[in-house]
Design a protein around this ligand. Structure first.
Ligand SMILES: [Zn+2]
Length: 100
């Protein structure tokens, strides 16, 4: 079990809602699509052709799958491709940033 403390809320990062709250505050009444269980991988929001989309740190999502669910890198990448990125294909789908 991860015990990282959120730098914003002072709560456990895995259960802290501050990043999600930031996105919701920004978007107002626009609909946002989140990935449940990965709030601490949220980097922020991006506006793409009129739609507001939540931006996630791809690496942080993979890391969480490995740590929380005991997957190896290949398993986590595969799970991500099929079950996370692959099933979110709307104009307001999340963006997964691959930091260099
Ligand atoms: Zn927080």
């Amino acid at each position: 079990m991860e015990k990282t403390i959120c730098e914003n809320g002072g709560e456990l990062a895995s259960s802290c809602a501050c990043r999600r709250r930031f996105c919701l505050d920004f978007s107002g009444d626009e609909t946002l699509v989140f990935i449940d269980g990965h709030d601490d991988a949220i980097l922020g929001v991006a506006e793409v052709e009129g739609d507001t989309r939540v931006v996630y740190d791809h690496r942080a999502v993979i890391r969480r799958l490995m740590r929380r669910d005991g997957m190896d890198v290949e398993g986590a990448e595969e799970f991500f491709d099929y079950n996370i990125e692959g099933c979110k294909v709307s104009p307001s789908a999340p963006i997964f940033l691959r930091p260099c």
